[in-house]
Design a protein. Structure first.
Length: 298
């Protein structure tokens, strides 16, 4: 592997972060690294990677307490898959390293201490640098920037704030992972730079371009209060807010991304409120359609 070192900011973070902060950081490393492994399986077999890897990534990104029994079972299952991939020799070593990042992430959950994040960050950096060397690109700097970006986002956040940011962090990690896939695909094809990624699912975060296009003509009504006249929670009220707008009155500043769908019993959104995070207004419309909700915004 390449001679990769942790940046100073990542090193400090790994020794001062809360477990929730470190867990989100580790999940980002795993999401980015595993994209190439998913792609490699798709290219060699024509099928998506075993579902266990997707379930493992979902588990890494979950907020709250760790279900150790569930993690332990999945950890063993992934160990068997890793052993089989290594023994068969069908996958390039760089793809096996990508899978190992997720497996190591589950080990981090079992260990239960934030300090383990530094070793996973280092392993992810080595994996990406190796891929970059093969493809003739400096991907190590890209991974370092992604890690430092996550550190900057997570360092000043409370555990509750981290939970709200998880979807945004995951989408960002998936985008970088897709870039790694494009580099890997170009390297395979003997093309300089990047090429289009595999059409088979290559990250646990799905491409939302079709959803965005589907609801492209809908009118966003941020901050408006509507009444749910049909579907789930009919008779209650709904309001959709940008998280950045909500953050503007807080000391942390307007850094959060995405929007929250609030549902409550009263128009002031104070009685029995519940919230759901989505990425954008297309996600709002998708949520309404999923729950059969029709909204009267007048």
């Amino acid at each position: 592997m390449s001679n990769v070192h942790l940046s100073e900011s990542v090193g400090r973070f790994a020794h001062s972060a809360s477990f929730a902060q470190a867990r989100a950081f580790v999940a980002g490393c795993a999401e980015r690294a595993c994209a190439v492994a998913f792609w490699a399986v798709a290219e060699s077999t024509g099928e998506a990677a075993p579902d266990a890897w997707f379930r493992a990534l979902d588990l890494l990104w979950e907020p709250g307490a760790v279900d150790e029994a569930r993690v332990e079972l999945l950890y063993r299952e992934l160990q068997e898959l890793l052993d089989a991939a290594s023994d068969d020799g069908d996958l390039d070593s760089v793809a096996v390293e990508g899978f190992d990042a997720v497996h190591s992430g589950l080990g981090f959950l079992l260990w239960g201490k934030a300090q383990g994040a530094d070793q996973i960050a280092l392993a992810a950096g080595e994996f990406v640098a190796e891929l970059g060397e093969r493809a003739g690109q400096d991907l190590g700097s890209r991974e370092q920037a992604a890690q430092e970006g996550d550190v900057g986002t997570l360092s000043s956040r409370s555990d509750d704030a981290v939970a709200v940011l998880l979807p945004t962090l995951r989408v960002s990690a998936a985008e970088v992972g897709r870039h790694y896939v494009a580099v890997a695909a170009a390297w395979r094809d003997g093309v300089a730079g990047t090429s289009s990624e595999s059409t088979i699912r290559v990250t646990a975060v799905l491409d939302r371009s079709a959803v965005i296009a589907k609801y492209g003509n809908s009118v966003p009504r941020f901050g408006a209060v509507g009444r749910i006249v049909a579907g789930a929670d009919a008779g209650r009220y709904v309001r959709v807010d940008r998280l950045a707008d909500l953050d503007q009155t807080e000391e942390e500043g307007a850094e959060a991304e995405g929007v929250m769908i609030f549902v409550a019993d009263d128009p002031e959104m104070t009685v029995a409120p519940v919230g759901e995070w989505v990425e954008d207004w297309a996600g709002v419309e998708e949520s309404f359609e999923r729950d059969g909700r029709r909204i009267d915004w007048t």
